[in-house]
Ligand binder design. Structure first.
Ligand code: AHN
Ligand code: ZN
Length: 331
């Protein structure tokens, strides 16, 4: 009990047959709720917070800069401590302005021989443009990228640490996408049709292992603000409605319905879009939606204040426990 959280009564109500069949067919009434008790390892939010802070300590992880290189080296050596199967996928992509960017997608696998797999992902690069900062002088400066990038990675790093001693039955790949946030700044015209999510676009067309397949994927984006609300974002609902419902049901059963809202909100261009479209793996985005901001994202999105002072350990724990439960519920 000291090392573990017992999650009792994760009740997934599977109504196998439809309601209209109830009267006619009593012996095939299979609509009993299936209760599954899953034990998940204890997520240490202090450690996830520290891993987030450590990424920020290199400076903004802007592609083709030294902090980007140094942080990549740190992430790779970190993953190698906890997984025997780490792949670093190096590639180049053209940016909105014609710049050639050097990218690295970093993937740590657990139970790599299993062909029953899921993946969790986040982007590790940070945006070169604080184009939503209240001060216009900052619009071409890089953001710290604490919530927008590093915190999702920090959660996955802590999960890697946990999986190294206590992995779920299902195979899990932790994917850190690069070059997510280099899209054209506000007011500029992109030379490209798809200027965001260059790393996931590359990965979806060049999987890190030949014929890679997963049952589904879960992307974390902006998952660490205080009192974050994750709505049912429409790209996820379009490509992977069942995964969406499963994850939101699990969160509700864990007592996290305040964070996981069933409100439906507009579809986003995020890494999951390209994984769905190009790799054809049903993938959802757990992403903070805020209806009170112009962007629809958390208030410090793409500003200089996306820093550690707005990183909240309870929110990180909510997100981590949800996806850990997803992984440990898989057969
Ligand atoms: C759009 O702004 C359309 N998508 C947001 C993708 C993103 C940027 N996620 C984090 N930073
Ligand atoms: Zn961003």
């Amino acid at each position: 009990m000291t090392k573990k959280i017992l999650i009792f009564a994760v009740a997934i109500f599977i109504f196998v047959s439809c309601k209209q069949n109830n009267q006619q067919n009593t012996e095939t009434q299979t609509e009993k709720p299936v209760f599954k008790k899953v034990e998940i390892p204890l997520f240490n939010a202090d450690s996830a917070y520290y891993f987030t802070e450590k990424q920020l300590s290199f400076g903004p992880r802007v592609p083709n800069t030294k902090p980007h290189q140094q942080c990549a080296a740190y992430l790779v050596s970190f993953f190698k401590k906890y997984s025997k199967d780490v792949v670093v996928q190096e590639f180049q992509s053209k940016a909105w302005n014609g710049n050639v960017l050097n990218g690295k997608n970093i993937i740590a696998s657990f139970n790599p021989e299993s062909n029953n797999r899921i993946f969790f992902a986040a982007h590790w690069d940070s945006r070169p443009y604080a184009d939503y900062d209240p001060d216009e002088k900052n619009h071409r400066k890089p953001i710290p990228g604490a919530n927008d990038g590093a915190a999702g990675v920090g959660i996955l790093m802590e999960i890697a640490r946990l999986f190294s001693t206590q992995a779920p039955k299902v195979g899990v790949d932790l994917i850190l996408f690069d070059l997510e946030d280099y899209g054209e700044p506000r007011g500029e015209k992109s030379q490209l049709e798809d200027a965001w999510c260059l790393g996931s676009q590359y990965w979806a067309q060049n999987p890190h292992k030949p014929a890679y397949m997963a049952k589904y994927g879960i992307l974390l984006d902006m998952v660490a603000a205080r009192n974050a609300v994750f709505t049912m974002e429409n790209t996820s609902m379009y490509y992977a409605p069942n995964i969406m419902k499963m994850v939101w049901d699990i969160a509700a059963n864990l007592g996290y319905a305040n964070y996981f809202s069933t409100e439906k909100t507009g579809g986003l261009i995020d890494d999951h879009l390209y994984v769905n479209k190009l790799a054809k793996i049903p993938t959802i985005d757990i992403v903070h939606h805020d209806p009170t901001t112009i962007s629809g994202f958390f208030p410090y999105w793409h500003t200089m204040k996306d820093d550690m002072s707005n990183i909240d350990k309870p929110t990180m724990t909510v997100v981590a426990n949800t996806i850990l439960t997803v992984a440990f519920m898989e057969e």
